[in-house]
Design a protein around this ligand. Structure first.
Ligand code: GDP
Ligand code: MG
Length: 350
C-alpha cells in the first residue's frame, strides 16, 4: 500500500510524516529519499502469532511517500518531480495549513481552507488535462475524432475542464481500464488533512469544511502535528493525558491509518502457521480466490477451498483445530467474500 502526502510548502507535510512514522514502527528508516515504509500495528496479529507459536510476524506495510510542494509549475500543472512520485499511489493525502503561522497556536478560517482545497483540486484536474489534450490533438490529426477512444477522452476532458476529478465520473470497467495508462491524479482517492494550531485542536473547528469534503468523496482528518510530535519524547503511557489536553482522543497515526482504511474500503485478513503470522489487506468485497492470489499466485491458480474462522472465534476457542472441532471452521469456496478479521487457510493444488 502506497500513500502519498503533499501540500503547499510550509503546511506541515514533513512534520506530519515524521509524526506518523516515528509513532508507528519503521521497517527501514527510508527505502528511498522520500519513502518511509511502516509496519501497521495490529494486536490481533500478535495474538495469533503467540497462539500458533509463529517464528515470524509480518504485519501489513504501508509506504508513505513525500510528494513535494504542490505549487504548480509555471504554465500550469504540477511539478514533474511531484507527479513522478505520485505514480502508483493508492491514496493521495493533501495537507492544508490550519495553523495561522509556524510558531502560532492560532487557526485559519475555514473558508480559506475550502478555497485552498478547491484550488488544489482544479490544479490536479489541469495536470490530468495535459496528456488528454495531447492525445486528442493527435487523434484529430489522424482523423479519428469519432473513434471510441476519442469520444471517451472528450468526456474526460469536459469533466476535467469543469474542475471535476475523473474518479467522480461514471465509467464502465472497460473505460477505467482503457484510461489506466494515464495514471490520472484525480483518479486517486483523496484525503484532506488540516494541520490545526494548538488553540483549536480540541474542538473540531471546521464542520462545514468537513461536510464539503464528505460531499465530494474526500476523506477528512485533522491533526496538530507539531504539538503531537513534541509529545513523542514522552514515554507512551505518559502521553495520553497530554493528548487529552490537546483534545485528541487517539494518536494521529492511528486515526490516519483508520481513515485511509475507510477511504479505500479495506479489510484485514490473516494467515498463520508455525512459520509465520501475517497480515494482509484487500478491498471490501474481495473473493477468497483473489485473496488467496494475494498470498501466492499458486494459491489462486490451484485454489480448492478456504478454511475460514474469524480471529475473535479463534481466540475464544483456542486455535484452528479447536475451531474445527467446534464446527466453527467454515469451509468456503472461491466466491466467498473475505470479511474483516478472517483467519484464512487456503487449500490448493498445483
Ligand atoms: N503552529 C503549528 N506549526 C506547525 C504545525 N506543524 C508544522 N508546523 C510548523 O510549520 C513549519 C513548516 O513545517 P514542515 O513540516 O516543514 O512543512 P512542509 O513544508 O509542508 O514540509 C515548521 O516551522 C513547523 O514547525 C502545527 O501543527 N502547528
Ligand atoms: Mg517538507
Amino acid at each position: 500500500m502506497k500513500i502519498g502526502l503533499a501540500g503547499y510548502s510550509g503546511s506541515g507535510v514533513t512534520t506530519l510524516l515524521s509524526l506518523i512514522s516515528e509513532d508507528l514502527d519503521l521497517v527501514e528508516k527510508r527505502t528511498g529519499p522520500e519513502v518511509r515504509s511502516m509496519k501497521l500495528r495490529d494486536p490481533r496479529l500478535d495474538r495469533l502469532a503467540e497462539m500458533f507459536g509463529s517464528k515470524k510476524t509480518t504485519p501489513v506495510h504501508m509506504d508513505l511517500v513525500e510528494l513535494g510542494d504542490l505549487r504548480p509549475e509555471e504554465g500550469g500543472g504540477l511539478r514533474t518531480g511531484t507527479l513522478k512520485r505520485a505514480a502508483g499511489l493508492d491514496a493521495l493525502v493533501v495537507v492544508l495549513r490550519g495553523f495561522d503561522a509556524p510558531m502560532s497556536p492560532g487557526c485559519r478560517p475555514a473558508d480559506e481552507l475550502s478555497e485552498e482545497l478547491a484550488t488544489l483540486v482544479v490544479e490536479f484536474c489541469l495536470t490530468d488535462l495535459i496528456p488528454v489534450e495531447g492525445r486528442l490533438t493527435r487523434l484529430s490529426k489522424e482523423g479519428k475524432l469519432a473513434s471510441p477512444e476519442a469520444v471517451l477522452l472528450e468526456r474526460v476532458k469536459a469533466q476535467l475542464e469543469e474542475g471535476r476529478p475523473t474518479r467522480r465520473m461514471e465509467l464502465s470497467k472497460e473505460e477505467v481500464k482503457s484510461l489506466s495508462g494515464y495514471q490520472f491524479l484525480t483518479q486517486i482517492p483523496l484525503m484532506g488533512v488540516v494541520n490545526v494550531g494548538e488553540e483549536c485542536a480540541a474542538s473540531s473547528p471546521y464542520p462545514e469544511f468537513e461536510a464539503k469534503c464528505a460531499s465530494e468523496g474526500i476523506a477528512f482528518f485533522s491533526t496538530c502535528a507539531k504539538a503531537e510530535q513534541e509529545l513523542l519524547d514522552l514515554p507512551e503511557d505518559e502521553r495520553v493525558p497530554f493528548l487529552e489536553e490537546l483534545g485528541l482522543k487517539s494518536p494521529s497515526s492511528e486515526r490516519f491509518v483508520s481513515r485511509i482504511f475507510d477511504l479505500l474500503q479495506l479489510v484485514n485478513f490473516f494467515t498463520v502457521n508455525e512459520r509465520e503470522a501475517r497480515g494482509w489487506v484487500v478491498p471490501e468485497g474481495t473473493r477468497a480466490i483473489k485473496a488467496a492470489g494475494k498470498v501466492h499466485d499458486d494459491m489462486e491458480r490451484g485454489f480448492i477451498r478456504a478454511e475460514v474462522v474469524s480471529c475473535e472465534e479463534c481466540f475464544e476457542l483456542g486455535g484452528f483445530a479447536q475451531a474445527r472441532e467446534a464446527g466453527k471452521l467454515n469451509v468456503e469456496g472461491k466466491d466467498y467474500i473475505v470479511r474483516e478479521g478472517d483467519v484464512i487457510q487456503v487449500r490448493f493444488n498445483v
